[in-house]
Design a binder for this molecule. Structure first.
Ligand SMILES: C[S@@+](CC[C@H](N)C(=O)[O-])C[C@H]1O[C@@H](n2cnc3c(N)ncnc32)[C@H](O)[C@@H]1O
Length: 248
């Protein structure tokens, strides 16, 4: 059986074929490769006295690496980790000449002891791709282990409440149950975490707990939250958006 997160590989293959450089640019609303809000939260956080001013950064779920490259224009050298081999190949291709490296790994399963310690870890919108409660714990535990004591963890993730009406536009057959998006797909039963609903196979693709629950998940993993920003769903985006800065 295929690991559920590797389902992203299909999208990266399509992006590569179409010459699309990044996840955001592939979205149905055409976004820039890094959203203005993402840059704002990263800049605001890195300007704080408790934030590292340079050193080693790891991006978790780096995709083709736009966030990592942006951060590495400051005084950081970086490592991007993603489960998809096509994403990693595209990231390497787009990062020639820069002080960034990439590694393919499933962040819920990899032994991070061998990867090293970082001053800054950024969740590159990966946490909401992880639906299972145990896997989310493993992801957060691995994030903590990747950081030096006092290192900074930045999480950027979709969250609830959601605008259910907007959520269903163009996704009439999707299910949203217990804060989880399930997509119906004929190949879903080839993946580890597929579920059957009314005789049809669905794949859990996004987990968007209430923003307060996500803050608890981060605290329970051992982080000290210093700053966060919650944004309600917008006219374009049916999910809320949570950004968090926490210390290891
Ligand atoms: C929403 S995309 C964002 C990609 C990139 N950070 C960006 O901003 O363009 C989330 C990424 O997380 C990766 N991902 C999902 N689950 C993962 C896991 N368990 N381990 C590593 N990467 C994962 C996906 O392959 C995907 O590239």
């Amino acid at each position: 059986m295929i690991k559920t997160y590797e389902g992203h590989e299909i999208f990266y293959k399509r992006m590569k074929e179409k010459g699309i450089r990044s996840w955001n640019e592939y979205s149905r609303v055409k976004y820039p490769e890094i959203l203005a809000e993402t840059k704002r939260f990263l800049s605001d956080t890195l300007a704080q006295p408790w934030a590292p001013k340079g050193g080693r950064v790891v991006e978790l779920g780096c995709g083709t690496g736009p966030i990592l490259r942006w951060i590495c224009k400051r005084d950081f050298s970086g490592l991007g980790i993603d489960v998809c081999k096509t994403a990693i190949a595209m990231a390497k291709d787009q990062s020639k000449g820069l002080d960034v490296k990439f590694k393919r790994a499933d962040l819920c399963r990899v032994n991070v002891e061998r990867i090293g310690k970082f001053d800054l870890a950024i969740d590159g919108k990966c946490l909401h791709c992880i639906a299972g409660a145990d896997d989310r714990k493993k992801f957060l535990k691995n994030s903590l282990k990747l950081l030096k004591k006092g290192g900074l963890f930045i999480v950027m993730t979709m969250c609830s409440p959601v605008n259910r009406k907007l959520l269903s536009v163009g996704r009439e057959n999707w299910k949203f149950i217990n804060h989880t998006h399930y997509i119906p797909w004929d190949k879903a039963s080839k993946f580890e975490d597929y579920v059957t609903i009314n005789g049809r196979a669905y794949l859990p693709t996004r987990k968007v707990p209430h923003w307060k629950s996500i803050l608890s998940e981060i605290r329970n993993a051992g982080f000290k939250i210093l700053m966060f920003r919650y944004c309600e769903p917008t006219k374009q985006e049916p999910c809320g958006d949570l950004s968090v800065a926490a210390l290891a």
